[in-house]
Design a protein around this ligand. Sequence first.
Ligand SMILES: [Mg+2]
Length: 330
Amino acid sequence: MAASRQRAPRRAGAKLSSERVDGSKGGGEEALHAIFQSACRGGKGRQGPGDDCARIVPPRGRALLWTTDQVALGVHARRDATPEQLAVKLLRRSLSDLAAAGAKPWAASWTIAAPRRTPFAVLERLAHAFLAEARDFDLPVVGGDASCAGALVLSCSLLGLEARGGTPGRAGARAGDLLCVTGRLGGAVSSGRHLRPEPRLAEGRRLAERYDAHAMMDLSDGLAKDLPRLLARSGVGAALDLDALPRALELPAGARGLASAVGEGEDYELLVALAPKQAERALRDSVLKQCGFTVIGSVRARRGLRCRLDGKPAAMPVGGWEHAWGAKRR
Ligand SMILES: [Mg+2]
């Protein structure tokens, strides 16, 4: 990772060692824990870190949503990404999963796995950046862990409070629903926006609580990959109008721009199925209008995805992002 070029991390107040993460010295982990402990403000019903477990007491009658996500250097970000970019992306992409559930962020825990050669200053920067970002979202970090490992991998678990009226999930889309997306799609990786995605928390809660979203998910692997996942979970099909997709403004017109909008991935926008009357209301919602809210198709009882482009039947141009194992190194 590059060790320069970024703003100075906000300090959490702990006095820190400058020694490296080195098993023979053994001091790095404690110094990291000190950062976590000094930064935790907890909050009603949330205690930690510093004990073996965090203690969580959810408000009476509210379900908790729980999601886990990770950022692996060289997979989710280029190898020259800064520690701050990695930590910020980790938290924000995890928050996007809560947004997709319509949930309110409530508590976080996270882990750092890093090679032994990693300078301790890099781990400090990861910790400070993650904690500062969590603070900006008013999210207590109640626990964490650090370990030496073969590669730099960050992980994060978030708890969220369920939206009033419940969690839409991916399985509730019904024939006749309209499919809508927030924001614009495509260009997130090539532009670098994927390093600081905007979790659509307010929009997700609104869609769950005010517009009775039948199904909702965030688009992380590209519409071409994620829409079929939602349809399969719901046991339905869809008609998709590729001409209606709200493409990122910098994308070229034509096939290349379309391929980016459906297949580049890392958009972290919401895909939602709404009853037509609710969609009509949602299209007039000022908060949704501000980030952009567009009808892109409709749900059909018959399985399969039918696309139209230039007013004619068309195939989905690309397949979206997929993790693959067992491939030979090139
Ligand atoms: Mg997701």
